[in-house]
Ligand binder design. Structure first.
Ligand SMILES: *[C@@H]1O[C@H](CO)[C@@H](O)[C@H](O)[C@H]1NC(C)=O
Ligand SMILES: *[C@@H]1O[C@H](CO)[C@@H](O)[C@H](O)[C@H]1NC(C)=O
Ligand SMILES: *[C@@H]1O[C@H](CO)[C@@H](O)[C@H](O)[C@H]1NC(C)=O
Ligand SMILES: *[C@@H]1O[C@H](CO)[C@@H](O)[C@H](O)[C@H]1NC(C)=O
Ligand SMILES: *[C@@H]1O[C@H](CO)[C@@H](O)[C@H](O)[C@H]1NC(C)=O
Ligand SMILES: *[C@@H]1O[C@H](CO)[C@@H](O)[C@H](O)[C@H]1NC(C)=O
Ligand SMILES: *[C@@H]1O[C@H](CO)[C@@H](O)[C@H](O)[C@H]1NC(C)=O
Length: 447
């Protein structure tokens, strides 16, 4: 009857009766395929997640113990064998921190649902991070390492004051971190190189976490890996980029009122979707989210999500394309020697790869206003959760926030060219996060 495929497609999309069972079948299929696929994945480690609950704090380390370990880790006189043993000790502490985080979050957000515990394979997560950054030889001595040695979800993510109200609840934060862990596992499994960029890069440098008032996580991958990423996650057809907005609205409204995933279930690796997104400047990015998360109004994606930006590269440089319309800082190009070796940085309870030269990376990857990111704290210009611009955009000196939000304090030792960072909490007489790294220059910091 209808020979024009576009008209036909629109009819299908506008027809609620057809669409609802279709969505249901699609989810069912995706989950079935995922279960079959995950059976085939062979990893050298156990896929068991359940650790010994309840977690006990008795093995965690104090400030002084962590500091001593980090000092030894970056002392050029420490033997490689000792470096490895210190590294392993830190990773083991980190395992406990992650376990506690998951336990707390599952109790808080899912009424202690056992499904929640199984939603993250901590062993596999740690296995991949350790494998990629382990100081296996002299060349792989750590460039940077540290740990949020006491991470308490309820205390640390409870700030919501009148200065910067946030719409990210503790459980939203948990779901963001949970999503990030699963995305990291899949990126490592698929051997895709990735590192932090944009707001998340500011976050790890300034707060050892996602920026407290930010709502998503941004990663960079080489554009040559985009096919791999589409294969690794199943793709949701990007209807919104092919069809006029009107049709898209109809689609999402239908979907959100019916096929919305139950909120009381955690996101899970099997439910992850990659969604190809092309903005008005024809810049392609990929949004990864869980089918169990709520849909964002007037879009085909869900929140929380992770934004993945592909970058181009030649033998010596990386750059984003199209240059001036890409919403990345002055990403004309940055030399690979300034990005690599990527090294681990603290993102709340996680460790994530970051570009090496901070000053140049910030310049290249972050759209800067008139001032630097350690001096000026800026609110979101875009609310990812609601898919709309912010009602108020603001920019205030970060110093004015030091009585409300945790900020990183940095000290550089010019003799050793090592920098030491700790997180200063407004209401705690203690920093809970310590980090050390090789730094070529002093970055002007907030504190
Ligand atoms: C990290 O990886 C190394 C090398 O594969 C291994 O010997 C070590 O036991 C791992 N450490 C942890 C804590 O898993
Ligand atoms: C949550 O579940 C764990 C393991 O199933 C159990 O040990 C713990 O007591 C439970 N906590 C609550 C608050 O029910
Ligand atoms: C934070 O406070 C604002 C204003 O008081 C409120 O609208 C918002 O829901 C709160 N967010 C959270 C996550 O509690
Ligand atoms: C890579 O691109 C940069 C920036 O355009 C350029 O300066 C450099 O010469 C290129 N390198 C090679 C090997 O083509
Ligand atoms: C989505 O849109 C509907 C209708 O405009 C509105 O009632 C609802 O609050 C919106 N939800 C979010 C999360 O913005
Ligand atoms: C700086 O590093 C040098 C060499 O490692 C060390 O001797 C010195 O005590 C350090 N200075 C401070 C203030 O920590
Ligand atoms: C803060 O901690 C230091 C060292 O742990 C201690 O000497 C000091 O008394 C503490 N201050 C307060 C106000 O608790």
């Amino acid at each position: 009857m209808y020979t024009n495929p576009v008209i036909y497609a629109r009819l299908i999309i506008n027809n609620r009766r057809f669409w609802i069972p279709c969505m249901f079948l699609f989810c069912l299929c995706a989950i079935t395929i995922a279960i079959q696929q995950s059976d085939k994945v062979e990893t050298p480690i156990s896929t068991q997640v359940l650790q010994d609950f309840p977690y006990s704090l008795s093995n965690s380390l104090s400030y002084n113990e962590v500091k001593l370990l980090l000092d030894q880790l970056f002392n050029s006189e420490t033997s490689l064998l000792n470096i490895q043993s210190i590294w392993n000790k830190l990773i083991e502490v980190w395992r406990e921190i992650l376990t506690k985080f998951l336990r707390d979050a599952c109790e808080l957000c899912h009424q202690n649902d056992s499904y929640c515990y199984e939603s993250i394979d901590i062993n596999r997560y740690i296995y991949y991070i350790n494998e990629s950054f382990y100081p296996i030889n002299e060349i792989k001595r750590p460039v940077g390492m540290g740990i949020y040695y006491y991470f308490d979800l309820k205390t640390l993510r409870s700030v919501n004051n009148s200065i910067l109200p946030t719409d990210v609840s503790q459980c939203d934060y948990f779901h963001m971190i949970q999503l990030m862990m699963n995305v990291q596992i899949i990126l490592h499994q698929s051997q895709i190189k990735y590192f932090l960029t944009k707001g998340t890069l500011i976050g790890v440098l300034r707060h050892h976490d996602v920026i407290p008032w930010d709502t998503d996580i941004d990663l960079f991958i080489p554009s040559s890996a985009t096919q791999k990423i589409l294969r690794a996650f199943r793709q949701l057809d990007s209807l919104s980029t092919k069809l006029p907005l009107k049709t898209t609205t109809a689609t999402t409204t239908t979907e959100s009122s019916t096929a919305r995933a139950p909120k009381d279930r955690p996101s899970f690796q099997n439910d992850l979707i990659v969604y190809r997104f092309i903005n008005v400047h024809k810049v392609t990015s990929y949004k990864i989210f869980s089918l169990r998360s709520p849909i964002v109004n007037r879009t085909n994606y869900r929140w929380p999500k992770i934004d993945i930006f592909p970058y181009e590269e030649n033998a010596t440089h990386i750059y984003a394309y199209p240059k001036h319309q890409h919403n990345l800082g002055t990403m004309n190009y940055i030399a690979k020697t300034n990005v690599e070796p990527i090294y681990l940085r603290i993102l709340g309870p996680l460790l994530v790869p970051s570009p090496r030269n901070l000053r140049l990376s910030i310049k290249a990857m972050i759209k800067l206003g008139r001032s630097n990111v350690f001096y000026a704290c800026e609110g979101n210009t875009f609310l990812h959760r609601y898919n709309r611009g912010s009602v108020e955009t603001w920019r205030i000196p970060c110093k004015e926030l030091q009585n409300s939000y945790p900020l990183v304090k940095n000290e550089r030792n010019a003799t050793s060219s090592l920098c030491f960072e700790e997180l200063k909490f407004p209401h705690l007489n203690q920093s809970l996060s310590l980090y050390k790294y090789r730094c070529e220059e002093d970055l002007q910091r907030t504190l």
